[in-house]
Design a protein around this ligand. Sequence first.
Ligand code: 4NP
Length: 160
Amino acid sequence: MSKTKVLFVCLGNICRSPSAEAVFKELVNQKGEAKEFEIDSAGTHAYHEGEQADRRMQTHALKRGYDLTSISRPFDPFSDWDNFDYIIAMDESNMSNLKAMARNESDLKKLFKMTNFASRFKYDHVPDPYYGGSEGFELVLDILEDAGEGFYNYIKKQHK
Ligand code: 4NP
């Protein structure tokens, strides 16, 4: 069976989407399904291209056992739409930037907002933690753990 390919997208690819990548990798690992997935992340902008995840985000993630190893890269409209099955945006601004880069209906069908899969946390976006304090980084992880479960269940239903 071919792998399910998932790309998480935020603005800078140093806080929210690398965390989503690590949280979701750990989730499928716990389910014993790591080999069935390919999971990556990207930013809509290239400001931080080549950088490791934000130190503060790394510290908060590591406290929950998530090692943020990904290196920031911008979304590539010439290959990412074709390479991934699901493109998951963190907020409305990421959604509209991605929509503007979609080439057709089939691209748009791959696009979802992460918070639509959350059930415990009633947010309509994953708030950008970059200019705030510690609580913001913890909230990102709380929402991603919640939405990650919902997203996993959604994928399973699609592939039944
Ligand atoms: P992210 O957070 O989109 O979750 O990676 C941000 C990272 C960098 C900036 C803003 C948000 N920035 O303005 O450089």
